[in-house]
Design a protein around this ligand. Structure first.
Ligand code: IPM
Ligand code: MG
Length: 403
């Protein structure tokens, strides 16, 4: 291909991306406010198993949810909808990140609990389709990826607000191979997209009384897009005079999460998509592993809750599926409960998970037949939830840890 032709083709592609984003901005501008779950006659909870260990651990989380919501289900206030078809086989068959009929079913739910899904890359046996996670976040406009990390005995209480629809992920599957030597990807930051995630973080800091927000970018180098994110942060911060805020660059922030003197000062942390992806894995690892953290993907109309680990295909191949740890997805189920207005049940579930997974550990999951199965662990969590003494038991453990 001639050089002019190559450039022309790339320009046209770039033009299309700009058009798509301008349209997206219009959609964001015309969006309604957050849905009010109190006003719904019935809340529909979608259960999506995903791949690998996903269907197994998700069904354990569903059991716990059904246990906690039994009265609401009987009264018709809550209903469950199991959605199959988000498996890698089915996605590959349709050559789509989310097959149309699956997307339609997702849109019939209010909130979704989702197991991990395989994300193909070039060279895999699957077509190199977009990640189902990323597609769902974009399709349902789940712009706030909220990831709490708590290590009480070390004074750590972080809540990450990762922007979930823009940055390097927005058109991550729409870069340009100009020719065999030159590959170009794009990163996108919009005023509307930055404003809504920053506002969500500052709102949370105010609502919880934490009153501290840390904004993370690399605005000294990535001047245009990260620069914009930081500029919008300055604007939003003015609306919250009582909330203290500061800004850090992602490299030093990654280091400071390891600094015991500094890290306890961070509370609410808000950051663009890719930095959020990386920093939240680091934070979860400090808490005890990526398998211990839950993740909420919140939009104005829909919300999706998931484990932050992958689908562990090796466990399935080696016949160890039933030994997979459902803790992370059960944590995510707790976030779902909190989000739809069952904060008390969510709090109890958190306590039960702390007792079963961190403090008492009557059953231990090792991922192999040397430990408990996920179903046994879910039983243990439900047994603990039934204990009238749950709160005292939890308080005892946390006090023990303080001494
Ligand atoms: C996450 C995951 C996803 C991401 C992958 C599976 C596409 O790592 O939820 O953090 O990069 O966002
Ligand atoms: Mg990640």
């Amino acid at each position: 291909m001639k050089r002019e032709e190559m450039i022309q083709r790339a320009k046209e592609h770039f033009g299309k991306l700009i058009e798509e984003q301008l349209e997206r901005i219009e959609r964001m501008k015309s969006q309604q406010d957050f849905i009010d779950y109190n006003k719904l006659p019935t809340i529909v909870i979608g259960i999506v198993g995903g791949d690998g260990i996903g269907p197994y651990i998700t069904s354990q989380a569903q059991r716990v949810l059904e246990f906690l919501l039994q009265d609401e289900v009987k009264a018709g206030k809550v209903t469950f909808k199991v959605i199959d078809g988000l498996t890698i086989e089915n996605r590959a068959r349709h050559n789509k990140a989310i097959p149309d009929d699956v997307l339609e079913q997702l849109k019939q739910c209010h909130v979704i609990l989702k197991g991990p899904t395989t994300t193909p890359r070039a060279g895999d046996p699957w077509p190199n389709i977009e990640s189902a996670n990323v597609a769902m976040r974009k399709e349902l406009d789940l712009f706030a990826n909220v990831r709490p990390v708590k290590i009480p005995q070390e004074g750590i209480n972080w809540t990450f607000f990762r922007e979930n629809t823009e940055g390097a992920y927005a058109v991550g599957n729409k870069g340009i191979h100009v020719n065999e030597d030159l590959a170009i990807d794009f990163t996108i930051t919009t005023y509307e997209g930055s404003y809504r995630i920053l506002k969500a973080a500052f709102d949370y800091a105010r609502k919880t009384g934490l009153n501290r927000v840390t904004v993370v970018t690399k605005a000294n180098v990535v001047k245009t897009t990260d620069g914009k994110f930081l500029e919008v942060a300055r604007e939003v911060a003015k609306e919250y005079p009582e909330v203290e805020w500061d800004d850090w660059y992602i490299d030093i922030m990654t280091a400071k999460l390891l600094d015991p003197k500094r890290r306890t000062q961070f509370k609410v942390i808000v950051l663009p998509n890719l930095y959020g992806d990386i920093l939240t894995d680091e934070a979860a690892e400090l808490q005890g592993g990526v398998g211990t953290a839950g993740s909420a993907n919140i939009g104005k109309r829909y919300a999706m809750f998931e484990a932050i680990h992958g689908s562990a295909p090796r466990m399935v191949e080696e016949g160890r599926t039933q030994y997979a740890d459902p803790s992370s997805i059960i944590r995510a189920a707790g976030m779902l409960l909190e989000h739809i207005g069952y904060g008390d049940k969510a709090k109890k579930l958190d306590m039960a998970l702390d007792i079963c997974g961190t403090y008492e550990k009557k059953l231990v999951i090792t991922g192999r037949d040397t430990g408990a199965t996920g179903a046994q662990f879910a039983d243990y969590v439900m047994e603990t939830l039934s204990d009238e003494n749950l709160e005292n038991r939890w308080a005892e453990y946390t006090n023990l840890l303080k001494d």
